[in-house]
Ligand binder design. Sequence first.
Ligand SMILES: CC(C)(COP(=O)(O)OP(=O)(O)OC[C@H]1O[C@@H](n2cnc3c(N)ncnc32)[C@H](O)[C@@H]1OP(=O)(O)O)[C@@H](O)C(=O)NCCC(=O)NCCS
Length: 138
Amino acid sequence: MEIKTYWEDLSDYKKLIDKCWSQPPQEMFEYAFAPSEKYPIKFRFLRENENLISAVMIYFLGEKIYGISAMATDPEYQGKGYGTKLMQKVHEEFKGLFLLKVRKEKSGFYSKLGYKIVSSDDKNHFMCFLNNSEVIDF
Ligand SMILES: CC(C)(COP(=O)(O)OP(=O)(O)OC[C@H]1O[C@@H](n2cnc3c(N)ncnc32)[C@H](O)[C@@H]1OP(=O)(O)O)[C@@H](O)C(=O)NCCC(=O)NCCS
């Protein structure tokens, strides 16, 4: 298993998102494939034999504050720990406060990673995860 960053080619990420969401949230395409000027974005990809298995998008919202979005594992590989492995690598690399919005029925994935629900609307949970207490060292 190899975890790498590929900046140059998002075409397979786009295919992966198409496979994972029948109706991908519009903002996913706006941000992922026409990167926002408002927030810098990084991608982290987990590949095996060059095949894209799992991917995630990380917004840089502020100093040590990250937004997680467009997390996806190829349906053929879901439930095998790949998404967890990728997110654990992200948490090793980036230290700070992580924020995300997720459909309630999928929030279990993030709960298992240590994310806590801070707020909810009818469809979504808003969750956060802190792995560097310096963020609130004031
Ligand atoms: C959510 C998703 C990214 C998880 O990736 P994955 O590689 O299948 O996750 P893992 O195999 O590492 O799962 C780890 C744990 O999370 C939980 N989990 C995984 N997918 C879940 C889901 N869709 N809903 C609730 N819990 C889930 C499982 O209980 C699993 O724990 P277990 O091994 O004890 O059963 C994947 O299902 C996916 O791509 N779904 C479609 C896209 C999507 O909805 N993304 C999330 C919104 S950002």
